[in-house]
Design a protein around this ligand. Sequence first.
Ligand SMILES: [Zn+2]
Length: 191
Amino acid sequence: MKENELGIEQKSDTGQSNIWFVDEKRYISIAGKDMKIENPGFPVEYLIIHHSATKDTKEEDSIGIKKYHKEEKRWTDIGYHWMCEFVDQRYEIIKGRPMTQTGAHCRAGRMNKKSLGFCMVGNFENNKPPDEQLFLTKSVVRDFQRMFSVPRENVLGHREAERMAKVANNNLTDCPGKNLDMNLFRKDLLT
Ligand SMILES: [Zn+2]
């Protein structure tokens, strides 16, 4: 890990992912793309983790997810604020719905009104989340924890959020999949 005046650069063991934040202007820069982190138009009390329940191909699958949310579900934009997926030859963070808008990713407990939605592209009901993808997602989640003072117990899997809101057992979502252990995930987060 290397710190400079602009923020923090983090590299994984294989050196494939790198991410750094420009602190004051709140830009996230990854894979040569600069993405603005807007001031949210709602209180960010929780960070909710999802999987897409779709295959993560070498293409930018978020484009298809966005199309589905807009054209089939008739939402104003993709439901999630941020995605993590494999594109071309590395994992990337993709910007979804601007943070000026509440998301459409977890209705239970009015969670959309007080959380940011992160989607790891892949199906973790069937497969294990790849280490590289977990590493990058956790890095980003930690940065958002820092930005909005979110304690790790408020970083929840979609299913956990539904359970907290007392959704009936037979109606609980599988998301983010039984192979994504949220207790393990939280161990690598900030307290
Ligand atoms: Zn979900």
